[in-house]
Design a protein around this ligand. Structure first.
Ligand code: ADP
Ligand code: MG
Ligand code: ZN
Length: 503
């Protein structure tokens, strides 16, 4: 790879940065909505299809095609606005943002400009130390995604040096919501942490709203991070840079941290920060992109092919009723209910077990039991199959049914695991698997007694030992009986019966 000068841009020590400067942040997050169809046409909105198979005249921008607004996307936009405590605009037009680029076959993007659907909100973001930080939201607006270009022949995958570029318009016209913060001030040294905490909270909130799959790795959630510095105590903001498409939570933190150190070095050397977009590199630095366009350059004007969006007060109220509790608050409540440590809680969140356990508990079993199944045996099965826990072919209701069968003595823990294996193998509900595989515990004591008599007769030497007081020797007989009953006897009861028979 050719060396990029910015990788070695002078950086000021972080402690020195915050001794002299105050950072101002602005975060722009794009989220692709997980609606069934695209924003302005009926094409499927699905990630990863064969290139150019989910396209039509509208999303290819062919002459004479006309957009039709997706009502489900508008409802998602309103719900996002409400969850962010925004005012919902009773009336607003789409706008055309004009520019030429091959990922945008119409040569304009339909967006919202000065009449966004949601304005003036906030989000109280939880920080690691248990406090919250209020991030003010300027607006959330609707727009359409562009197609995806793949550049071949360059080392970096970027257009510079590429010999061929491929265009895939499957993503063209996918509904997007852009959420823009007001300038975030007063964070001081905590700016990188707070930037990351905000994007994390936003992701969790959007996931709880079930409006997007918020996969930063797949680009369904993307963050642009604006950073500027000003000398401490000065009111006026400094010049900002905008680092584009930062694609993980950790990278949001790294990008802010890096830009603060880089800009401080520029300012300390008597230079000025150039207003520009910058690229983020996975190894933790940013490099210059294009110099920033202004709104003027885009020649925005109201979109003439779409009616204004005018949600009724009733619709907004109905949608307000669907806004869930903030996910970190419900998590805190769940953690208190279940009486588990922060660490256990974090593990359960990381493996995606929380909702599954809660749903299992809702079927009437204890949280400890539900947690044991999902957090141990099932997560292991998911890892073996390399699927997400929630994609295992077993439901919380089925897990609860197994737990109940163990509780009432129908299954031992070992048999229960075999039943669950059967469910995972597609053999039906737990009761079904148990019947088909003949896995229930043997409750008929005459059967157990017969097996004991047989084992005792086969091993007279052991019987002698037990009679002579070596009670531990009973283990061999219990083992033989368990084997004979295929593990379907209650081992403790077998032991009792063996000792009784030898007394
Ligand atoms: P653009 O279209 O140029 O990206 P936006 O208004 O969409 O501008 O977003 C700019 C983001 O940067 C917003 O979050 C805004 O609050 C923030 N911002 C504005 N001025 C500054 C500044 N001087 N320093 C840091 N952030 C800023
Ligand atoms: Mg912007
Ligand atoms: Zn289409």
């Amino acid at each position: 790879m050719t060396s990029v000068t910015s990788a070695t841009a002078p950086l000021l020590d972080y402690d020195e940065v915050i001794a002299t400067y105050e950072p101002v942040l602005g975060l722009e997050v794009h989220v692709e909505l997980s609606t069934a169809t695209k924003m302005f046409c009926g094409c499927a909105n699905r990630f990863g299809g064969e290139p150019n198979t989910q396209v039509c005249p509208v999303c290819l921008g062919l002459p004479g095609s006309l957009p039709v607004l997706n009502g489900a996307a508008v409802e998602s936009a309103i719900r996002i606005g409400l969850a962010l405590n925004c005012d919902i605009a009773p009336w607003g037009r789409f706008a055309r943002k004009n520019y030429f680029y091959p990922d945008q076959p119409k040569n304009y993007q339909i967006s919202q400009y000065d009449e966004p659907i949601a304005v003036n909100g906030y989000l109280d973001v939880p920080l690691d130390d248990g406090t919250t930080w209020r991030i003010e939201i300027e607006r959330a607006h609707m727009e359409e995604d562009t197609g995806k270009l793949t550049h071949l022949g360059s080392d970096t995958g970027r257009i510079a040096g590429a010999t061929t570029s491929l265009a895939d318009y499957n993503r063209s016209g996918v509904p997007l919501i852009e959420i823009v913060t007001k300038p975030i001030e007063g964070t001081g040294a905590r700016a990188p942490e707070i930037a990351r905490a905000y994007v994390t909270a936003l992701r969790d909130l959007l996931r709880a709203l079930d409006v997007s799959d918020v996969r930063m790795d797949q680009g369904s959630m993307r963050c642009d991070s604006n950073v500027s510095l000003k000398p401490i105590g000065r009111a006026e903001f400094g010049t900002r840079t905008e680092t584009k498409n930062v694609n993980s939570l950790k990278s949001v933190e790294v990008a802010v941290h890096y830009e603060m150190r880089r800009q401080a070095a520029v300012l300390d050397a008597g230079g000025t920060v150039t207003q520009e977009t910058r690229h983020f590199h996975e190894d933790g630095y940013t490099s210059p992109g294009r110099s920033k366009e202004t709104a003027q350059d885009y020649r925005y004007f109201p979109e003439p092919d779409l009616e204004p969006v005018a949600p009724s007060a009733e619709l907004v109220e109905r949608l307000r009723q669907t806004i869930p509790e903030l996910p970190w608050l419900s998590r805190k409540r769940i953690q208190d209910d279940w009486g588990i440590s922060d660490e256990v809680m974090r593990d359960l969140v990381n493996i995606g077990a929380l909702d599954l356990i809660a749903a299992t508990v809702a079927e009437g079993v204890s949280s400890d039991q539900a947690r044991a199944w999902w957090g141990n045996f099932l997560v292991q099965k998911a890892n073996e199959k390399a699927v997400a826990l929630e994609d295992l072919p077993i439901t919380p209701a089925q897990v609860a049914a197994v737990v109940k069968l163990v509780d009432d003595g129908t299954l031992s823990n070992k048999l229960a695991r075999q039943v669950v294996e059967g469910v995972l193998a597609g053999e039906g509900d737990p009761e079904q698997v148990m019947a088909d595989r003949g896995l229930a515990m043997v409750r008929d004591e005459s059967l157990i007694q017969a097996a004991i008599d047989e084992a005792l007769a086969a091993q007279p030497d052991i019987v002698e030992k037990i009679r002579g007081g070596k009670v531990a020797a009973a283990g061999a007989i219990v083992g033989a009986v368990m084997k004979a009953t295929k593990g379907q006897a209650d081992a403790a009861r077998v032991r009792e019966l063996v000792l009784a028979a030898c007394s």
